[in-house]
Design a protein around this ligand. Structure first.
Ligand code: PGA
Length: 248
C-alpha cells in the first residue's frame, strides 16, 4: 500500500530450496500476474538462475567479494550479471552466521555489486538477545555504518535495504507491524542525518515470516516498502498473494 513515491518491492529468497519444477511454476505464476505497481524479484539458488526469462526480475543470494581466480565454489558478480541478475542479496544473517561474513566483508560485497551496476539488497537485523538488552538501534547502526563507510551515502541511492530481525526468520514469529515500522523509521532517520533526500527515497523491505495473511498490514506501515520473503516464496500462490499486497 503505497503512500509515498517509493516503488514497492517483494523479493523471494528461495535459500537452498526449490527445483526445476518450482522454476516452471513460478515463471507461469508471475508471467500471468498483473503487478504494475511493484517489482517482484526471484532469488533462486545459482543453478536455476539461467532458467528464468527476461520477463522476471532476478536476484542472486550471494556473490564473491573477489573478481575472479582461485576461489573454489565462489561465483563472481560479472557471472551473475551475465546470467541476468539485476539484484544481489548481501549480508543475509544466514551468511553472516554460517559463513562468518563480517560487516566489513558485507561492505566490500556491496561496493563490488554497485561497481557492476547491480542492486544490492543489503540485509541487516538483530538477534533476539540484542533486542532484549536494549542495544537494538546501536547494533543496527553499526551494521549500516560499515557499508556507509565503504561506499558513502550517495551510493545508497542505488541500494535496497532489508530489515530482517533474526528471531523472526523462519520461526513463524513475525515482527509486529509496529516493531517493523519502528526500526524502518530509525534507519530512515539515521540515513537522513547524512542525506535527507536519499533517506526519503530508499526502499526498505521487511523480512521474517512474512505470509499472505500478514503482508498487507506490514506493508501498510509508512516506512515499510515491501518484503524479503523466505518460506512463503516457495509456494507460487502464497508468493503471488504477498506481491498483490504490495501492488495496492
Ligand atoms: P522467512 O525468511 O520468510 O522464511 O522467515 C526470510 C528471509 O530469511 O529472507
Amino acid at each position: 500500500m503505497q503512500i509515498n513515491s517509493r516503488r514497492s518491492m517483494v523479493a523471494g529468497n528461495w535459500k537452498m530450496n526449490g527445483d526445476k519444477a518450482l522454476v516452471k511454476q513460478m515463471k507461469k505464476q508471475l508471467e500471468k500476474a498483473s503487478l504494475e505497481n511493484m517489482d517482484a524479484v526471484i532469488c533462486p539458488p545459482f543453478p536455476y538462475l539461467g532458467m528464468f526469462t527476461d520477463s522476471i526480475k532476478l536476484g542472486a543470494q550471494n556473490m564473491s567479494q573477489f573478481d575472479s581466480g582461485a576461489h573454489t565454489g565462489e561465483v563472481s558478480v560479472s557471472m551473475l550479471k551475465e546470467v541476468g541478475c539485476s539484484y544481489i542479496i548481501i549480508g543475509h544473517s544466514e551468511r553472516r552466521e554460517d559463513n562468518f561474513e563480517s560487516n566489513e566483508i558485507v561492505a566490500q560485497k556491496v561496493e563490488k555489486a554497485l561497481n557492476a551496476d547491480l542492486t544490492p539488497i543489503l540485509c541487516f537485523g538483530e538477534p533476539e538477545d540484542i533486542r532484549d538488552d536494549g542495544t537494538l538501534f546501536t547494533y543496527i547502526a553499526t551494521q549500516l555504518d560499515a557499508v556507509l563507510k565503504q561506499v558513502g551515502i550517495a551510493q545508497f541511492a542505488k541500494i535496497v535495504l532489508a530489515y530482517e530481525p533474526i528471531w523472526a526468520i523462519g520461526t513463524g514469529k513475525t515482527a509486529s507491524p509496529e516493531q517493523a515500522q519502528e526500526v524502518h523509521a530509525f534507519v530512515r532517520g539515521h540515513l537522513a542525518k547524512l542525506d535527507s533526500d536519499i533517506a526519503a527515497k530508499i526502499v526498505i523491505l521487511y523480512g521474517g515470516s512474512v505470509k499472505g495473511s500478514n503482508a498487507e498490514e506490514l506493508f501498510s506501515q509508512a516506512d515499510v516498502d515491501g518484503g524479503l520473503i523466505g518460506g512463503a516464496s516457495l509456494n507460487p500462490d502464497d508468493f503471488l498473494s504477498i506481491c498483490l499486497a504490495a501492488n495496492q
